[in-house]
Design a protein around this ligand. Structure first.
Ligand code: ADP
Ligand code: MG
Ligand code: ZN
Length: 502
């Protein structure tokens, strides 16, 4: 790998202001493709989900997916955009083997949504407004696999395999206006914007927006200009960055790289760049001057899209609460700090906790289980919280058993362990494992008597006023009852029987 000179981050910011542009592609969760009836299910054999339309065979005619248009309008509305009264698709002509038609059906000068904004919250709580240029509809390409080389890239490969199952899956591309004025916080703004956009897309229900699965990916455009100047510098475009952390790192790296080039008297080349997860660096891709010519022209095989104002207003009425405002509301309802709310968000636990409280659990219990025991299990087994084989209703049931005194925390953890292990729902696990707090005073009293008898010396110390020694007896009783006793009650009983005040 070539060694790239970097300026220090502080050094770069001392001389330059970064300007960014973020282009985010979102794969919609429609059942069928954008212009044909092929399934969007990707788990099938290569090239099994294709037809003459998405393979671009001569004479095949596309038809627009209504849910695709509806999703685009919802996204546009949620981003405070204007929705076009009339717009068309366009052919973006280029040749690449993963695109069987030799053009991508996209939108060009007539996007369905334009001129909006998204407010994002930074870590210190400040709100930064990101202006949106446009959101337009297009389709995904197929997938090429380059075989025989060391890197998996085309360079050095002996041959390539093509799978067109993904070709024609609906995409929405959301493009920001140049983001200015973020200064040293530009990388943080980029990350916060993509995070907020992802939450918004999920809340709209138009896509699961899983970045690790390529359902959402971001191109990071970045340029620098000296403090006090207006004209934008030349930008680089780091393609297909696919995690929030990587978006932040890519922006940061490019700031440092641009500054080093400019400070040494060099010029920035307008090019695409690849991001490398291992070390957070970027390397040059293809040169991209503005003369790039896709010979766009309106798609003659598709009718224009003219969403009625009634439909648009109906969709506007159906928009969910904005994620940022919802988070604010939940934070207040739950009485948690900004920091804790951030952790809950990062863990992907917001919706799970809400569903658990909806199922009747107190919010502190819901938070405690999802952010404690369950987060730990998810972490250990390399799963996300929503992939765990336990439902919010089951967590709520465990919480109810704790509240009613049938389970203590320790037993509740065992119940959760049992549910995760596939032993059944909480009541079944309680039943099968025989997990119940021993609340029968007679049985508890007997266990306490036994422990006192077996530990006479300790008992004497306690009688003599050394109340702290009671812990040893509590431990003995808990052991004898296999953890199924209420420890606080055991302690009370011990002190009572030994005639000392707690
Ligand atoms: P392209 O199709 O070449 O990627 P777009 O106009 O679709 O061009 O997207 C470019 C993105 O970069 C937009 O978000 C735009 O606001 C932003 N951008 C344009 N010029 C600059 C610049 N000089 N520096 C930083 N960002 C820029
Ligand atoms: Mg671009
Ligand atoms: Zn098809």
């Amino acid at each position: 790998m070539t060694v790239i000179d970097l300026e220090s981050y502080e050094g770069a910011l001392a001389t330059y202001d970064p300007v960014m542009g973020l282009e985010v592609h979102v794969e919609l969760g429609t059942r069928t493709k954008m212009f044909c009836g092929c399934s969007t299910e990707l788990k099938q054999d290569a090239n099994s989900q294709t037809c003459p339309v998405c393979l671009g065979l001569p004479g095949a005619l596309p038809v627009v997916n209504e849910i695709g248009v509806e999703s685009a309008i919802k996204i546009g509305l949620a981003l405070n955009c204007e929705i076009a009264e009339w717009c068309r698709f366009a052919r973006k002509n280029y040749f690449y083997p993963d695109m069987p038609k030799n053009f991508q059906t996209s939108q060009y000068d007539e996007p369905i949504a334009y001129n909006g904004y998204l407010d994002v919250q930074l870590e210190d709580g400040e709100i930064f407004r990101v202006q949106i240029e446009r959101a337009h509809m297009e389709e995904d390409t197929g997938k090429s696999t380059h075989v025989g080389g060391a890197t998996g890239r085309i360079h050095g490969a002996s041959h390539s395999l093509l799978d067109y199952n993904r070709a024609g899956i609906p995409l929405i591309e959301i493009v920001t206006k140049p983001i200015e004025g973020a200064g040293a916080r530009a990388p943080e703004v980029a990350k916060a914007y993509v995070a907020e956009l992802r939450e918004l897309i999920k809340a709209l229900g138009v896509s699961e927006a899983r970045m690790e699965m390529g359902q959402m990916r971001c191109d990071v455009n970045l340029s620098l200009r000296p403090h006090g100047t207006e004209t934008f510098g030349t930008r680089s475009e780091t393609k297909n960055v696919n995690s929030l952390r990587s978006v932040e790192r890519a922006a940061r790296f490019e700031i440092q790289r641009h500054a080093a080039v400019l400070n040494s008297g060099g010029t920035i080349v307008q090019e695409t760049r690849h991001f490398h997860e291992e070390d957070g660096s970027t390397t040059a891709g293809r040169i991209k001057d503005n003369a790039e010519d896709y010979r766009y022209f309106p798609e003659p095989d598709l009718v224009p899209v003219a969403p009625s104002r009634e439909w648009v207003e109906e969709l506007r009425k159906g928009l969910p609460e904005l994620p940022r405002l919802r988070r604010q509301r939940l934070k207040e309802e739950w009485g948690v700090s900004e920091h804790d709310m951030q952790s809950i968000l990062n863990a992907g636990a917001v919706d799970l906790i809400v569903a658990t409280t909806d199922a009747g659990a107190p919010s502190d219990q819901a938070r405690k289980w999802w952010m404690g025991e369950l987060a730990r299990n998810a972490n250990e087994t390399g799963r996300s919280l929503d992939e765990l084989p336990i439902t919010p209703a089951q967590v709520a049931r465990v919480a109810a058993l704790v509240t009613s005194g049938d389970l203590n925390d320790k037993l509740a953890r065992q119940v959760i362990e049992g549910v995760l292990a596939g032993e059944g729902d909480p009541d079944t696990v309680v039943e099968k494992r025989g997990l119940k707090v021993v609340s029968d005073e007679g049985a508890l009293g007997a266990a306490v008597d036994e422990a006192i008898a077996a530990n006479a010396a300790v008992a004497d110390k306690i009688r003599g006023g050394k109340v702290a020694a009671a812990g040893a007896l509590v431990g003995a009783v808990m052991k004898a009852t296999r953890g199924q006793a209420d420890a606080a009650r055991v302690r009370e009983l011990i002190l009572e029987k030994l005639g000392v005040e707690g």
